[in-house]
Structure formats: C-alpha cells, structure tokens
Ligand binder design. Structure first.
Ligand SMILES: Cc1cc2nc3c(=O)[nH]c(=O)nc-3n(C[C@H](O)[C@H](O)[C@H](O)COP(=O)(O)OP(=O)(O)OC[C@H]3O[C@@H](n4cnc5c(N)ncnc54)[C@H](O)[C@@H]3O)c2cc1C
Length: 585
C-alpha cells in the first residue's frame, strides 16, 4: 500500500472537479484523481451549450433565467441556490472566455447564443405576465461545447500545476470519526492500492447513466461517488429524479443534443404530425425534457411511433429542412453521429430517436458552497465536499433544463473550491485510521479469488434492462415493488461474481466488477425513492399518482442505506421568490 498526503484531494476531472482545483491557492497541495484521462471525462461529451442571460442576441435577464429554472424543476429546486447560479452565470461565462474558451460568435463577434428547452422570456419584455416564448440563452461552441470547456479548464489546471493522478480508480472514502480524512484508490495500471490522506476531499464523480440500458452517458458513468457516500452512512438526496433526454439515437442512446431543436429541428410521429404542438402549444418542441420524453413514450404507446426491424419503437427528429450551413457549422457532430451509427443522412431524412437516460438530478446533498450535509437540518460533514452532477445543491429539482449542468459545474465547482481554500488554511489533517484501506482490500481479494458462477456482463445487462423497463419514464407501484425485490436479489447474486482476468496489469475485468457494485448501490436509492414518492413531479412520473402533490411532496427525499430497507427522511425546499404554480408551456 502506498500512502500520500495532500491538503486537497478532488475525485473527478470533469468540469466540476477541474473548476474547483483552480481555486486552491499556491502553497497548498492539490491532487485530482480520475479513473480516465482527465479530458476523457463526460463533460467533454456535452454538446449543446451553457446557459447564461448574456442577452447577446435578444433581451434577457437573470431573473427570467431563475424563473425558468425554478419552473423547469417543477418547484423542487432550492430557490436560494438557483438565484446564486442564475446571477453568477454571466460572470462565469466571461471568466471562461478569459481562460481561453473558444465560443461560437455572432457576426459582430459577441458570444453566440441559441434557444434551448424550457428557457423563455416574456413576449413583451415590459410585461412580465405576457406569454413566455423561447429565448436564445445557450452559449455554445458548435455542438462541442463541453469538449472545448473541458480542454480549457484542463489547460488552466496544467498552468497552475495541479497534480493529476490519471487512471486511478477511487474505491472508498476514508472517514475519521465524523470527518472525511481522504480516499482509497487503485492504480488501474498495476492494481496497487493507494491511500490519499487529505484535509479536504471533493467528490466530482459525475452521474450514473449506466444504471440504465439506453443512456447517453459514457461508460465511466457508473455512479461511483454516490456509492461511496451511501456506503459510509451518509444520505443521498432526490435520487428518484432521473432525466431521460428525449432524443437519443434509436437503440444506442447516443445523444442528439437539444440544440438540434433549438436550431429549428422538429419531432414527428408516424402520421407525420409535429406532435409536440398538442403537448406544449406555446414552446412546442422546446418544452422541457421531462415533458418531451413523456410525449414521445405516449405517442409510441398509442400506436403513433415507428417500429424498427428489431421490434423496438422510435419517433423521428427532422432537421432536413434546416439550411446546410446550420447543420455543418452549428451541428456537425450530431449529424455525423446519425450518419456513422445509423446510416441516416440527416440533410435528407429524419433521424430515428428515443428517450435515453441522461442526467442525475439527485445526488450527494450539499450547501450552496458544495459542503456535503448529513441530515435534514443540513449538518455539515467536516472535510467533505461534492460538486457537479454527483452533487444535489439542488438547482435542478425534479427536472434539469438543458445548459444548466455545465453552468452548475463552473458556478458550484468554483464556490466549492473557494470554500475548501478557506477551510484548509486553519484545518489540521484529521487522524488517518489504520484500517483505511481494509474494506477495499477485502473487496478486491474476494473478487480476485471468487469461483462464483455469476458474470459481470450478464448481471449488469440484467440490471440495466430491468431499470429501463420498470424505473423508466413512467413508473408505478407494482413495477417499483418488483424492482425492490430484484435489486435485493442482484445484490445477493453480486456476491457470487467471479472474474476471468487474475492479472495485475490494467485489469479492466476487476474494474468493471467494482463498477457493477457501484451501479447496484446507486440503483437501490433510485428505486426506493421512486416507490416512496407518491406523486408525479418533473421527471418522476407515477401512473398511479398522476398529479403533483405539493401538500405532501414539496420536499426533498434523503435516503440512507441500512441492512434492510433503506431509510427515508424528508427535507424542506427553499422557496424565496416564486410560489409553486401549475406548470404549463
Ligand atoms: C452526451 C451528453 C451531452 C451533454 N450536453 C450538455 C450540454 O450541452 N449542456 C449542459 O449543461 N449539460 C450537458 N450534459 C450534462 C453535463 O455534461 C454533465 O452533467 C456534466 O458534464 C458532468 O460533469 P461532472 O464534472 O460532474 O462530471 P464528469 O464530467 O462526468 O466527470 C466525472 C469524473 O469523475 C471521475 N470518476 C468517476 N468515478 C471515479 C472513480 N471511482 N475514481 C476516480 N475517478 C472517478 C471520472 O474519471 C471523471 O473525471 C451532457 C451530458 C451528456 C452525457
């Protein structure tokens, strides 16, 4: 076992982790650990843009951005946090520009902006109560916004001499009493165990899309950070809210960004109807994602979808009427995906699409300064921070608006970095427990020596398919109850997993087995949260409880692991400027 000591350890080199690392002042050591090379983090796959009310193309204001985010969240987002994010967005974009991020430009050279689902302004800017129409708020760099943002942040980290440990797979937190004292990691190249002793740890481990069969997420999106927290007696918040993005490439789930609709693309059913006109008469195809995903599944269920050769169904996304320059200059990646993966020529024919598991609204509960909290009163866990998709601040409530995640990363990544910088000035290293790595060593030994008959790939596929079928866009008590039994059984069967590769060099078999454990740990609170929440709000749609129930459920759920059924607690929502209203578009 190899021991290290750093003032700060950040797990995750996506946008959130890197932005936080930039705040650690000179004179303090900071290590960033990532299981993939930093610029391969999922942030690099973000396409459509980052939201801010710059008002470069039409009038906009942070209050409108805040209102849209609150309404988009179906009033579950914490309004104090949303206000911070919407207000800070413009500064954050200009800061990225100054760091060197190459944004797309308007003809006058300003940062270009485009429309995105759920982002609106009053039709008459002087009358806040006038009809709300789509607004150009997404700042972008063609359809590679995340790629250029991640590279810009990485280059700045290199300049600042942040210490990277690439292809280090973190397996656990080190807790010292009630404080966090570091993390345990495995060097993927050698299987060696490393213990990182730290004053402050930030989890910026991203999402869990791989819990589902059809997902837009990278293979690394296995919910590891959620699992670390859940297994150390700390709660996860609002896990039932899983965002299904309406337009994944059919069968594959690869994302076709909302930017396609922002630029004028439309959704069609098998009758050639632009069906979103019926579901969201004002903003149509640019309704928020939860609504569009439900509309697609409803069209398919009512017989208006297309049937593929393999029996699965889809609807069409048509961009063929858009000018060639728009497709080539603003959407080059996603039109390329359609050609490469489905053999479809988007300039001439519509693209087959279906909803795809995309984003975790819930996660590790934090304050607005990324400090992890342990209960409904908001008691902080000393030395532990979380930011980005792994965290639940909560700015997205029950449904995130497109472009608000990249924004969340840089606003709360930065705030978390600043909070850590302040904390480490006076903090001492907490004592490092002798047995810090024991749990990891035991877990790895068991997997390496197991002769059990279960195989990682088969078990993972079973989990992913069942989650898709029973915990997808629409849910009900029967399916969810069945899934609680299913996850219990998968947990048992996981104990019988054996791996074929017994070697020590780049043992990806072992890594995938560890990741499967994390997927199971992450699926459990999603299922139990979804079963407990007897209402439909945002992305959580219960067929047996079709209405939102503010009286009972205008609350965050906190879920704790136990030996039996997980324990659920409820936490109040911060409501400051906007009282909950019916959500119509
Ligand atoms: C295809 C796609 C397109 C998107 N487009 C947009 C968009 O246009 N606009 C927008 O706002 N949002 C978009 N999103 C959402 C947004 O990109 C993500 O929510 C966000 O990038 C997550 O960033 P992050 O920093 O939290 O984590 P990630 O970028 O996911 O990074 C996670 C990091 O954690 C590390 N990690 C995880 N587990 C471990 C472990 N066990 N040990 C060590 N390291 C670990 C990984 O190596 C990685 O470095 C998109 C998402 C997808 C999937």
């Amino acid at each position: 076992m190899i021991k290290h000591q750093y003032d700060v350890v950040i797990v995750g080199a996506g946008g959130a982790g890197l932005r936080a690392a930039l705040e650690i002042p000179e004179g303090f050591s900071c290590a960033v650990l990532s299981k993939v090379f930093p610029t391969r983090s999922h942030t690099g796959a973000a396409q459509g843009g980052i939201g801010a009310s710059l008002g470069n193309e039409e009038e906009d204001s942070w209050e409108w951005h805040m209102f849209d985010t609150v309404k988009g969240s179906d009033y579950l987002g914490d309004q104090d946090a949303i206000e911070i994010m919407a207000k800070d967005a413009v500064r954050a974009i200009i800061e990225l520009e100054h760091m060197g991020m190459p944004f797309s430009r308007t003809p006058e050279g300003k940062i270009a902006q485009r429309k995105f689902g759920g982002h609106t302004r009053p039709e008459d800017p002087n009358d806040p109560d006038s009809k709300r129409i789509a607004v150009k708020r997404s700042c972008y760099s063609a359809d590679r916004t995340g790629h250029v943002m991640l590279h810009t942040l990485y280059e700045n980290c290199i300049k600042q001499k942040v210490h990277f440990f690439s292809e280090f797979f973190v397996t656990d937190l080190v807790m010292s009493g009630k404080s966090c004292a570091g993390v345990v990691a495995m060097d993927i190249a050698t299987n060696e165990i490393h213990v990182f002793h730290a004053k402050a740890v930030m989890l910026a481990t991203g999402g869990y899309g791989r819990v589902f069969r059809i997902t837009s997420n990278a293979h690394v999106g296995t919910g590891d950070g959620f699992s670390f927290v859940y297994n150390n007696g700390l709660p996860l918040q609002d896990m039932e809210f899983v965002q299904f993005h309406p337009t994944g490439l059919w069968k594959l789930g690869i994302l076709i960004s909302e930017a396609a609709r922002g630029e004028g693309g439309i959704l069609l059913n098998n009758k050639g109807e632009r069906f979103m006109e019926r579901y969201a008469p004002t903003v149509k195809d640019l309704a928020p994602r939860d609504m569009v995903s439900r509309a697609i599944i409803t069209e398919i269920r009512e017989g208006r979808g297309f049937k593929g050769s393999d029996g699965t169904s889809y609807v069409q996304l048509d961009v063929s009427h858009l000018p060639k320059e728009v497709l080539n200059d603003k959407l080059p990646e996603i039109t390329g995906f359609a050609r490469t993966y489905l053999g479809v020529e988007p300039t001439k024919e519509p693209i087959p699409v279906q909803p795809t598991a995309h984003y975790a609204m819930g996660g590790i509960p934090t304050t607005v300064d990324a400090e992890v909290t342990r209960d409904k009163k908001g008691t902080k866990v000393t030395g532990l921070y979380a930011a980005g998709e792994a965290a639940c601040v909560s700015v997205h409530g029950s449904n995130r608006l497109g472009t608000n995640s990249l924004l969340d990363l840089i606003v709360f990544g930065r705030r978390g970095g600043k909070a850590i910088a302040k904390f480490i000035k006076d903090a001492e290293f907490p004592p490092l427990p002798e047995d810090a790595a024991d749990r990891t060593i035991a877990r790895i030994d068991t997997l390496m020596n197991s002769k059990g008959k279960e195989k990682v790939g088969a078990l993972r596929t079973e989990l992913q398919e069942k989650m898709m079928e029973k915990v997808g866009v629409f849910r009900n008590e029967k399916d969810l109850t069945e899934m609680t039994a299913e996850i219990k059984s998968l947990r048992e069967r996981y104990k019988e997993v054996s791996i074929d590769d017994k070697g020590k060099i780049f043992n990806t078999d072992l890594m995938e087995a560890l990741e499967l454990g994390n997927l199971i740990d992450t699926a459990e609170p999603i299922i139990h949260g979804a079963l407990v929440r007897q209402e439909s709000r945002g992305a959580h749609s219960r067929e047996d409880f079709p209405n939102r129930d503010d009286k009972k459920w205008l609350k965050h759920t906190l879920i704790y692991k136990t030996d039996g059924k997980p324990k659920i607690d409820l936490k109040p929502v911060s409501i400051t400027r906007f009282q909950p209203k019916e959500r119509k578009y």
